[in-house]
Each structure stands twice: as C-alpha cells, then as structure tokens.
Design a protein around this ligand. Sequence first.
Ligand code: PHE
Length: 451
Amino acid sequence: MEKNRGSWSSNFGFIMAAAGSAVGLGNLWKFPYLAGQNGGGAFVLIYLGLVVVMGFTLMLGELAIGRATNLDAYGAYNKLKKGWGFIGGIGILTGFLILSYYSVVGGWVLKYIVASLTGAIGADKGAFFTNFITSSTEPIIYHLIFMGLTVLIVIKGVSGGIEKASKIMMPALIALLLLVVIRSITLPGAGAGLAYYLNPDFSKITFKVFVAAMGQVFFSLSLGMGCMVTYGSYVKKDEDLAKDALIIPGLDTLVALLAGFAILPAVFALGFEPGAGPGLMFITLPAVFESMPLGFIVSIAFFILVFFAAITSSISLLEVTVAFGIDQLKMTRQKAVLLFSALMFVIGTGASLSMGPWANVLLPWIDGKSYAIFDFLDVVTSYYLLPIGGLLMAIFIGFVWGLPKAVKEIKIGSTFPTEKLWSVLIKYIAPIGVFLILLSSTGLLDKLLGA
Ligand code: PHE
C-alpha cells in the first residue's frame, strides 16, 4: 500500500518539503503586514508565544496521525477511530478554499517577476500595485499560470515533484532574504522601523491581536487542515517526528522574522504606512530594491524566490485534496489534480475579481461583518476553519485516539524527550487556548467579560 502512494526518498527531503509547505506567502507577504497592522512588536511577541505553545504541539500531533495511518487527512482520522474522518474532511475543504485565493496572490508574485524584468513598476509603487490587482483580466491570467505550475509539480507525485522542488528552493530563499534584510536595516531612518518591530508596546495587546496572531500561526505553519497529516503519511517509520516538529516550525519562524526585518524597517525609512495591509510587501520592496546597487537584479531574484516559497506551499495545499481523491475516491493522481485544481481556479477567479470589479459583492459571516470574496476566504479559513481544525485534532489525540497510542507512534523513531510536556500541551493547554481565542474572534468572549 505504501508503495503505491509514494513516500519521501530521504529525511532531509521530507524536512525540506514540510518546511517548504510552511514557508510561503504566509511568512513573506502576510506576516509583515499583520505585524504592521497589529502593533508591531506586540504582535511579534504574541506570535512567538503561540508558536511555542501551539505550533510545535499541533505539528507533532498532525505528523503522528499521518505516519500512523499512511492515509489522506480524511482516511487517517477515520482509520484511527471510525466516524471521525470529518475532522480531516473539514481540513480538506479548508485547504481547498485557501488555495483558491493563495493562487491569486501567487499570480501577483509572477506579475512582479515580469514587472521587475521589464522595469514596469515605475515611481508610484502603490498605484502600480492597486492598478494591477483591481484590473479584471490580467491578475486572472497570472492566477491561471500559478495554478498551472502547481499542477505540473503535483502531478509528478511525492518524491519526484514535491520533494525535488523543495530541496533546491528553500536554501536559496533564506540566502537571498538575508541580503535584502541587510539592505533594509541599513537604510537611513530604518531605526524607527526596527524599534516598532522589536519593542513590544504592551498597550497594543488586545483580543484582536491574539486572534490575528493565532490565525497566522495556523496559516504559516500549515496547521489545522491535515496538511501535515498528509505529508506525515509519506514519512518512514525511522523518522524522528519529535525533532522534526521542532525544526519545521523553527525554520518557518526564522523566515517570518527575517521577512519582517526585510520589510518593516524599510517601511519606516521610506515613509510608507505600516498598516497598509496586503499591499505592504509589493509596495515596499520595489522601493528598497531601487535603493540598492544592482537592485534590478536583486528584485528579479527576490520575487523568483517568493514564487518558489509560494509554490512549495501551494503544492502542499493541492496535495491534501489530491491525496483524498486518490485514497478515498479511488481517482488517479492525474485526474484528481486536474479536477480539483480546476475548481479552485474558478473560486480563485471570484477572489481576484473581488479586488476590483466585484468589490461590492459582499458575503456575510458569523462575526456580523460582510466581506468581499478574497477577504471572506482569508478570514473564514485563517481565523475560523484552521483553528477549529487544530482544536478538533488536539481533542482527537487527547481524548479519542488517546495519548498512549500517539506517544507510541512518535516513539517508534524518537527518544521523545519532550513527551511529558507535549502530553500536557496537546491534551489541555493547546485546545483550551485555541478555544478561548476562537471565542474571542466571534466577539463572544468580549461580551462575556463585559469588555
Ligand atoms: N503555510 C503556508 C504559508 O505560510 C500556507 C499554507 C497553509 C500551506 C495551510 C498549507 C496549508 O504560505
């Protein structure tokens, strides 16, 4: 059975693929603008705290479920306890929705590679970005190309496509990011940005910051939707999962922090607005590149690497659904890839149009607000579906599958020195924490506390 499904060809390959899934637009594009919107250092501090308490914990839980079963996210839960496949089912749906809009942003990155080559960005970086994302056809064409490239890799399977791509792209990304960080923090006036980023202003810590930080932990670490269950299902038994669950979040957090160093000091030095939102990376970095010797080349190289980071994540998002199609619906890999990616492309088209022509199409959500399609997909997945998936997973391990069995699985390939700590975190602390933050995102906690 394992043979037909494929598996990673080496431990290093697996770590690179899993880190490749985690490191993506979430780190480079989202993390800096969320930090900019949520009080800088205060957000960073809470983010780091949540990575330690929830990130490592849930990562290990998901990997263990995957390796114990060698199945897709739905099949894995269902095999460990009949009737519980729905946890994986919610995850598969979540991944489906995320990739729909993720691919749109992936398309923006492709556009910026082309624009760096042709020098099209011009003096007004903000206007260039806004004009592009609000137009109707061009972003959809780039979205199509991005989805098409994702398809080409996933169709090649686990070790031939996904693993090979990640092994080359990840190390190159970190090297180039360091170069951009050095330029950004040495710009005249960068000090204010560094202070904003590194000195937490405790008065800025609100429920909203917790909600944003938790959603980002799930999104950035690819947790809460069975992605690590799926990747874990291709892992061999001698793999030290407890160690991997430290390395993968560690690498992911390193890249997110570096992205913050690349962008936020430059935002202050060059007079941009830290709370600008999703345009922050696209508007700030071209201005940074302009101030560098050979910036033209750095710009091309950098956006190519952002693209690499994005595609190693988008392939993992697609793989979750594809594995479900192969294992449960008995589809061929090729058929599953083509069918699901086509559906995601269509939903993503709506997300892209919602930046411009469809900006008035608003969808209501349980928090009482209404969102344009792009924002709707983002809010519903990051702040609700992923945390719910993570919460259910922790409950599943703590109370349904049971800690002893999970620990036994982890111990096959590991001495598991963190066993006691992990057991308390996954059974009690992580689920309670996620639950409270989820409550606060619906506004209920504020009401309960009379705030
Ligand atoms: N972690 C990826 C990123 O930061 C996005 C992602 C989320 C990938 C969920 C897989 C699953 O860009």
